[in-house]
Design a binder for this molecule. Structure first.
Ligand code: SF4
Length: 497
C-alpha cells in the first residue's frame, strides 16, 4: 500500500506528512517532498513517477520482438494482453518496517500460480563498482576519488585490461560530513541513472564516467580496451611476427613482453636478440615496472619507447636486427633497425609488420565504463515480503525466489543476507531515486510460486491481481528485454530442478 493512508498522514492547514522514509516531510499543497518522489496532490500523498511495467511484445508468430525494434517508437502505453512484469520502479516503498510491500501481484506461468512482491527499496548500505576499460593510469590504489572536492570513493584493484573504482558505501554516505554524504548520494544516483559524472583522483587523472559510454581520461576519450597484457600480446601474435621481425617488445605498465626471450619466441626457435629492457624480470620475456604509470605507451609514462631499453648485448645482437615496439592496443608502434653500432634507427614499418600491428587494434574491444550497483536488501525490504524475513533469504539462497531489479537479473552474493549486484545498463532508464537520509532508492522484485510464498510467511491476504492494483492513469510500460530471463519462469524451473 502507498504511504498515503489517512492513518499515517497528519493533516494540518493542508500540509500532509509523508512517511515513506525517516525524513517525514510535511508537504504543502501542490508541492513535492525533499526527494521529489512524493507530492501533495489535492491533499493526497502521491508518488510523482508512474509505476513501470515491463511487457513482452510478440509478433504474429508468437516470437518476441527484438528489444531495439520494440523500444523504437514505444510511447509508454500499456499493451493489453501482453505478458507483463510489474517492476519496482515507481512502486512506492515498504518503509517503515511493519508494512507489507506495496504490490504483491499474482500471476500464472505454465499453469503454476506465481507471486511477485514489488517494492522500491531504500538502500542505506549500497555502493557502486565502476569498471573502466583502459590501459591508462588513473591514479594509485587506493587513492581517493573526489567530486566537487568531496571524497566519494577510492581506486580499487585493477582488473584485466580495466581500472576499477569503488564508490559510495555507507562510510561516505553517513560516516563523514553532511556535504560528503549528499555529494556521494548524488554521484551514485546520477551514475545509476546512466548519467555522466566528472571526478578526479588524488595524484591521478580526471575522469568522466558514464554507464555504457567510453571513459574520458584527462580530457581524452578512450577507444580501445587492450587485447591483453604485453606478455599475452606476445603469445597471441608471435607466429604472425615470426619471419618478419627479429624482436618485438610490447610495452605495458603491467607486464612488458619481449618476444625472443618469451616462451612463445623460444617455441619458434627465435635466437635471443640481446635487447634488455628496464624493470624487474618476472619470468623469461616478462618484465614488471619498466617505467612509471602514466598516459603514455601501454599505460606507462613512456612517450619514446627506446627509453625502456636498458642495454643491448653486443655478443647477442647484430647489425640489421629488425625491432618492433608496440603498445598493448596497437595505438602506439615504432619500427627500428639496428645500425653497425647496434643503435636502433627508426625505419619505415614493412606492410607485413603493419598488418599485425593493425590486427592488435582490431582485436581490442571498445573501451567502456560499466556501473554496477551493489545493495543489501535489509530490514524493511524483507519484512515487506514476509513476517519471517530470514525465510526470504533462505528462499533466495535456495533459488525458490528470483530477485530482480527493475526486471533486470541480479547477482546475489554468497554468504548471509541478500546482497545483490546489478549492471545499471540492464535496468530501465531513470529507475533509481534517493532520499535525503541519505540513501539510494532502487526497484526490487521477488518472484516465486504462490505456495512457496505462503509457506515462507508471506502476506497471502495482500495478494492481488495486476488488474486490481494497477492505476491506468499512473502506469507506464517499457519493453521487456529478450536477453533477460522471464522471472515467472522460476516456478517451472523449481519443479525441473
Ligand atoms: S524525503 Fe521523500 S520519501 Fe522521504 S519523507 Fe520526504 S517526500 Fe517522503
Amino acid at each position: 500500500m502507498a504511504p498515503n493512508d489517512k492513518k499515517n498522514n497528519k493533516k494540518d492547514d493542508g500540509l500532509i506528512r509523508c512517511d515513506a522514509c525517516p525524513v517525514l516531510c510535511r508537504i504543502r499543497p501542490g508541492k513535492a517532498g525533499a526527494c521529489d518522489r512524493y507530492a501533495n496532490v489535492d491533499g493526497k500523498l502521491t508518488r510523482t513517477d508512474p509505476l513501470v511495467l515491463a511487457q513482452k511484445v510478440l509478433d504474429e508468430d508468437g516470437h518476441m520482438v527484438p528489444f531495439a525494434a520494440a523500444a523504437a517508437g514505444w510511447d509508454g502505453s500499456v499493451v493489453s494482453q501482453a505478458p507483463t512484469f510489474v517492476t519496482g520502479i515507481g512502486a512506492t516503498t515498504t518503509y517503515p518496517d511493519y508494512k507489507p510491500a506495496p504490490f504483491i501481484v499474482s500471476g500464472e506461468q505454465d499453469g503454476i500460480d506465481m507471486v511477485t512482491v514489488v517494492s522500491e527499496g531504500i538502500f542505506s548500505f549500497c555502493g557502486i563498482k565502476v569498471k573502466i576499460d583502459t590501459d591508462c593510469y588513473i591514479g594509485p590504489e587506493p587513492s581517493p576519488v573526489r567530486v566537487g572536492g568531496e571524497q566519494v570513493g577510492h581506486v580499487t584493484t585493477a582488473e584485466y585490461g580495466s581500472q576499477m573504482l569503488a564508490l559510495g558505501g555507507v562510510r561516505h554516505l553517513t560516516g563523514g560530513s553532511k556535504k560528503e554524504g549528499n555529494t556521494t548520494c548524488d554521484v551514485m544516483l546520477r551514475l545509476c541513472n546512466k548519467e555522466a559524472v566528472e571526478m578526479s583522483i588524488d595524484d591521478g587523472a580526471t575522469l568522466t564516467v558514464q554507464s555504457g559510454a567510453a571513459p574520458v581520461i584527462d580530457g581524452v576519450q578512450e577507444e580501445r580496451m587492450r587485447v591483453g597484457c604485453g606478455s599475452a600480446a606476445i603469445g597471441i601474435f608471435a607466429p604472425q611476427w615470426h619471419g618478419h621481425v627479429d624482436e618485438v617488445i610490447v610495452v605495458d605498465d603491467h607486464i612488458t613482453g619481449v618476444l625472443s626471450e618469451h616462451q612463445a619466441g623460444r617455441f619458434l626457435d627465435m635466437p635471443p636478440a640481446g635487447i634488455r629492457v628496464t624493470g624487474r624480470r618476472s619470468t623469461p620475456g616478462r618484465y614488471f615496472q619498466v617505467a612509471e604509470p602514466g598516459a603514455g605507451w601501454g599505460g606507462t609514462d613512456i612517450t619514446d619507447p627506446l627509453d625502456i631499453i636498458d642495454r643491448i648485448d653486443a655478443k647477442k645482437a647484430w647489425a640489421g636486427l629488425k625491432l618492433l615496439m608496440v603498445s598493448t592496443t596497437g595505438e602506439d608502434s615504432a619500427y627500428f633497425i639496428l645500425d653497425d653500432d647496434l643503435k636502433p634507427v627508426p625505419a619505415p614499418m614493412p606492410p607485413e609488420v603493419r598488418l599485425v600491428v593493425d590486427r592488435i587494434g582490431e582485436n581490442c574491444e571498445a573501451a567502456l565504463c560499466s556501473v554496477l550497483f551493489v545493495g543489501g536488501a535489509g530490514g524493511s525490504l524483507r519484512a515487506g515480503v514476509t513476517v519471517n524475513p530470514v525465510n526470504l533469504t533462505r528462499s533466495v539462497r535456495s533459488r525458490l525466489a528470483r530477485v530482480t531489479c527493475g526486471g533486470a537479473p541480479v547477482y546475489v552474493w554468497p554468504g548471509g543476507g541478500i546482497t545483490l549486484m546489478v549492471d545499471v545498463a540492464e535496468v530501465p532508464d531513470n529507475a533509481f531515486g534517493y532520499v535525503p537520509t541519505p540513501a539510494l532508492v532502487a526497484p526490487i522484485e521477488f518472484t516465486l510460486r504462490r505456495d512457496d510464498y505462503v509457506a515462507l510467511g508471506g502476506y497471502a491476504d495482500r495478494i492481488r491481481t495486476l488488474a486490481d492494483v494497477m492505476d491506468p492513469e499512473n502506469t507506464r510500460s517499457v519493453p521487456w528485454r529478450p536477453d533477460h530471463d522471464w522471472p515467472l519462469d522460476v516456478g517451472k524451473q523449481r519443479d525441473e530442478g
